[in-house]
Design a protein around this ligand. Structure first.
Ligand SMILES: *Cc1c(COP(=O)(O)O)cnc(C)c1O
Length: 367
């Protein structure tokens, strides 16, 4: 039985006509930049995240860069973040000229460990950038408290967590800004690249919107230097179609996740993901911790089961960040996670038999 890690074609089957009609509307209008669909999507996403405003961007990466720029973070500044995340989190801090300062992760949720943040704060710290990894938010209350006491911004990297919540509060609504990604493999994925910044602060939203468009206000007059971080109208139109299905899709992912977790309950070699009681995860990924991870992955591939390692090398060990002076052993929990974690197929269209086949194959590997 073939089980891909993600099956976007299966999803497209269910929405083909709606997406085609939406794209066609944009083509007929020829309004590819800042068309009405962009505004409409911003309003709906802001509301779904319990935020006052949203600013569409060209990607999740550009949402992070635009946020850092608009908050005036750059050379000489430090931003505290996790070493166990997708590259863009740390790459964005680097690209605005600031210094990423790493804090190790919690071994069970893989999110930044709030207990180690305070010790990383210096006079240069300007922001904390927690990542809500795999669909589950970081432990936000202590993070917000530390930020408040040191007058720091909190930039939530919610690229993998649109719609997830912490103590009833939506991902992206707790910090100064929240950054979303519409990369096709995210729970809300476009027909190409896209992203969005959400915030409860309407004034900041105005500022972000200006930075998104070269800092211009009015047109051709520039008080600040921004960039071209705009979201295409055609992306917004396709995303409007998909947004209507997002909650149902994320619910299906949660159900698939609990099926796996139940099936793994008598397999001692598999540690299923820990979801904290305060959290509702959207399971962008279902990530287990296992011994002999690479051998298991090869075995799954032989059985035509897709899996992926998110992420095989922590950011503090990446060659491009060598000048930060880190070495192996600096962030042991991130390093263990990089060696032992494996993401399994959890996409909404997954059939029960496929979940059964994946978990049986894993259990027989360890038997
Ligand atoms: C996907 C992702 C991003 C970047 O989003 P893009 O839209 O691909 O630029 C940033 N951070 C995390 C944690 C991500 O998973």
């Amino acid at each position: 039985m073939k089980v891909p890690l993600l099956d976007l074609k299966a999803q497209y089957e269910t929405i083909r006509e709606e997406v085609r009609a939406a794209v066609d509307t944009v083509l007929e209008s020829q309004q590819f930049i800042n068309g009405p669909a962009v505004r409409q999507l911003e309003g709906l996403v802001a509301a779904s995240c319990d935020c006052a405003a949203a600013v569409g961007t060209s990607s999740g990466t550009d949402a992070l860069i635009c946020s850092l720029m608009a908050l005036g973070i750059g050379p000489g500044d430090e931003v505290i973040t996790t070493p166990f995340t997708f590259f863009a989190t740390v790459g964005s801090i680097w690209r605005v000229g600031a210094r990423p300062v790493f804090v190790d992760i919690e071994p069970d949720t893989f999110n930044i460990d709030p207990e180690q943040i305070e010790a990383a704060v210096t006079a240069k710290t300007r922001a904390i950038l927690p990542v809500h990894l795999y669909g589950q938010t970081a432990e936000m209350d202590p993070i917000l408290e530390i930020a408040k006491s040191h007058n720091l911004h909190v930039i939530e990297d919610a690229a993998q967590s649109i719609g997830s919540s912490y103590k009833g509060r939506k991902a992206g609504s707790m910090g100064t800004v929240g950054c979303l990604s519409f990369f096709p493999s995210k729970n809300l994925g476009g027909i190409g690249d896209g992203g969005m910044i959400v915030t409860r602060d309407p004034e900041l939203a105005e500022r972000l919107a200006r930075f998104r468009n070269h800092g211009a206000q009015p047109k051709y007059y520039h008080q600040w230097v921004g960039g071209n971080f705009r979201l295409d109208t055609v992306q917004a139109a396709a995303l409007l179609v998909k947004l209507r299905h997002l909650d149902a899709w994320s619910q299906r992912r949660r159900e698939n996740a609990s099926q796996y977790t139940e099936r793994f309950s008598n397999c001692r070699s598999v540690t299923p993901p820990t979801i904290r009681k305060a959290n509702v995860s959207i399971f962008n990924q279902y990530v287990i911790r296992v011994p002999q991870r690479d051998a298991l992955r090869a075995h799954l591939a032989e059985q035509k089961i897709g899996s992926e390692v998110y992420y095989p090398l922590s950011l503090h060990e990446q060659e491009c960040f060598a000048s930060l002076g880190h070495r192996r052993g600096d962030f042991p929990q991130a390093e263990h996670a990089a060696a032992e974690t494996l993401a399994l197929p959890v996409y909404p269209e997954l059939a029960d038999e496929q979940i059964g086949f994946v978990s049986d194959t894993i259990q027989s590997f360890f038997a």
